[in-house]
Design a protein around this ligand. Structure first.
Ligand SMILES: *[C@@H]1O[C@H](CO)[C@@H](O)[C@H](O)[C@H]1NC(C)=O
Ligand SMILES: *[C@@H]1O[C@H](CO)[C@@H](O)[C@H](O)[C@H]1NC(C)=O
Ligand SMILES: *[C@@H]1O[C@H](CO)[C@@H](O)[C@H](O)[C@H]1NC(C)=O
Ligand SMILES: *[C@@H]1O[C@H](CO)[C@@H](O)[C@H](O)[C@H]1NC(C)=O
Length: 239
């Protein structure tokens, strides 16, 4: 009998316990936009609270915000970070009953430009040889990440991405290299790169289409031989 009573009490307190139905997740937002961080709860019991922090500061207690110019608490315990600025980037926490969730808010700014080119800024690749199809993103926060597609196939895992120098506000360029060895049968292949920042996936994209008329290796070797011969003739002349 006593066991049954205990079970009943457990079941009742279990029903009463606060339940988080939507926990916050890492979130990206563009500068100047609003970000909603979710902490949706049900079964909030007497004496239980939902506390939001921008670690370590409390910014929301149940329905009320400590700074209404920056944070709104909506429906019922989600927080809206308004007019996101670089200073808003960082760790946020929702505490609901005994549950605690910690996430990152990242603040992004779109690149000012994106360009795509072959190797050393060439418009055409060298046929039948490895070429770096290069995508360059300029001055985003943080340096943009890239996705690559060949037609509709995602080939991102084949690319190598490097960041340039990042300034004190987190802005910088980034470069992504996709090695492609084109043959005449690749004529018409379409490559696309997409640059993304927190808060804006595919902020900019560029495409490059392989044409049949690209210079081939034999042609560039001839050009190189001519150039070497030319400099030899010039230096012979100087003597
Ligand atoms: C952000 O939210 C506030 C309050 O709801 C609203 O006044 C403002 O227009 C929103 N800003 C943007 C960029 O959506
Ligand atoms: C492509 O660029 C990467 C990174 O700079 C380099 O390691 C690789 O050798 C390059 N490949 C070609 C074919 O130039
Ligand atoms: C480049 O910057 C991005 C953030 O934009 C970061 O995720 C990535 O790890 C950085 N890559 C390198 C090689 O440092
Ligand atoms: C490329 O970016 C433009 C905006 O710059 C967008 O309208 C378009 O949908 C994007 N294309 C693809 C295939 O993602």
């Amino acid at each position: 009998m006593r066991g049954i009573i205990c079970l009943v009490i457990l079941a009742i307190s279990g029903l009463d316990a606060i339940t988080v139905t939507r926990a916050p997740a890492n979130t990206g937002v563009l500068i100047g936009n609003n970000a909603t961080l979710y902490c949706t709860v049900t079964n909030i019991g007497a004496g239980e609270s939902v506390i939001w922090k921008k670690t370590p500061l409390v910014i929301g207690l149940d329905g009320s915000s400590t700074n209404t110019a920056k944070y709104a608490i909506i429906g019922q315990y989600n927080v809206v970070v308004m007019n996101a600025q670089i200073a808003d980037e960082g760790q946020f926490e929702c505490e609901a009953g005994g549950n605690q969730y910690s996430i990152m808010l990242s603040v992004g700014d779109v690149p000012t430009g994106l360009s795509i080119y072959w190797g050393a800024n060439l418009n055409t690749p060298i046929m039948n040889a490895a070429n770096n199809l290069t995508c360059q993103s300029t001055n985003s926060r943080p340096p943009a990440t890239f996705k690559w597609y060949k037609g509709t196939t995602d080939v991102t895992s084949q690319a190598l991405t490097l960041n340039g120098t990042v300034n004190s506000n987190g802005y910088g360029d980034s470069y992504s290299y996709l090695e492609v060895t084109p043959t005449s049968s690749n004529s018409g292949d379409v490559y696309r790169c997409e640059a993304s920042v927190p808060g804006r996936d595919n902020a900019l994209n560029e495409t490059m289409t392989l044409s049949g008329g690209a210079a081939d290796v034999a042609h560039s070797l001839t050009m190189m031989a001519a150039a070497i011969l030319g400099s030899f003739v010039l230096s012979s002349y100087a003597h």
